[in-house]
Design a protein around this ligand. Sequence first.
Ligand code: ATP
Length: 350
Amino acid sequence: MHLEVRNLRKSFDGKEVVKDISFTIKQGDLVCLLGPSGCGKTTVLNMISGLLDVTSGTIMIGGRDVTHVHPKERGIGVVFQNYALYPHMTVLENIMFPLLIQKRSKSEARDEAIKIAKMVEIDQHLHKKPAMLSGGQQQRVAIARGIVKKPGVLLLDEPLSNLDARLRLVTRENIRRIVKQFNITAIFVTHDQEEALSISDQIIVLNQGVIQQKGNPQDLYQNPNSLFVAKFMGNPPINLFEGRTDEAGKIKLDKISIDTPCKQQDVILGVRPETFRILDQASPQSVEFTVELVQLIGRDTILSGKLGGQMCKIVTETGKNNIRENSIIHLSIDTTQVMVFEKQTGARVL
Ligand code: ATP
């Protein structure tokens, strides 16, 4: 269902932690709420589910104002970080439970639960208690229980954080698959930018209780509106070079000159690690890079070192250039890809 949040605010003991947040999510979209610890992600989610009262603002689901509707009546499924499975019930009973609450017949609930259990590949364990399952299996039971009643909106609060790296990848793929298959509107809370980039249709970046930026994953990566978002998205992170522009607004990165709209101002240049090109030799427009570390991570290799005296990482295709540690190489930069931020405010100016 279509979800709309208007001017949402929440204060705890007079301290405002969610500050006038508005967004809409269209039916069937998977949206990530992304941000550092304490920025208000869980508080927003808990207000949508009804676990927390709003201080002010409106929550609409499918065109219905549910701001003051009881959590059970909102048509929402929730998957928590700690699963919150019922320990005394079997896997099957756990998954059937939301349907029995809805007063569906036992046989219907059973058939439906088995169907969903198959989809999340937990049907081999239907008669076990949660304590007998691995973390990844418990997580899949929690997801099955969250989606079994085909909720209009599914809320997932850091649902992958207790899984190991491999299971995290598999499960996030499965979540996206299931959400798309049932055309469920989903909000996924995470502080992991890579998870957000890989799973979402849209990402909402929160910072200290306000929306810093929202957009699709590619847009947020390529067009961050602030230093905060630029630094938050991408691994290895964006390279930052501090400097001061001259009276014409120009700033130099080694031999390369970059035009900015800021005259005589302290700025920070941002260059993504993959935007450098390695040259065979120095050129009038190249920069010198001292390679300190070479790390192979599969298809890519990360070179860490210094550029103009500042720390820098570049990503290059493995095997393409035979680069050694402690060597000096020459790089070109596509200056149209260089981002410029005001040092004082962090606002993007170019
Ligand atoms: P994390 O990723 O660490 O879970 P988060 O982005 O989900 O963080 P919230 O849990 O929403 O952040 O918390 C936002 C702010 O509100 C924090 O400063 C937190 O300390 C505060 N807060 C949350 N719940 C309460 C509460 N019940 N009483 C008082 N303060 C609270």
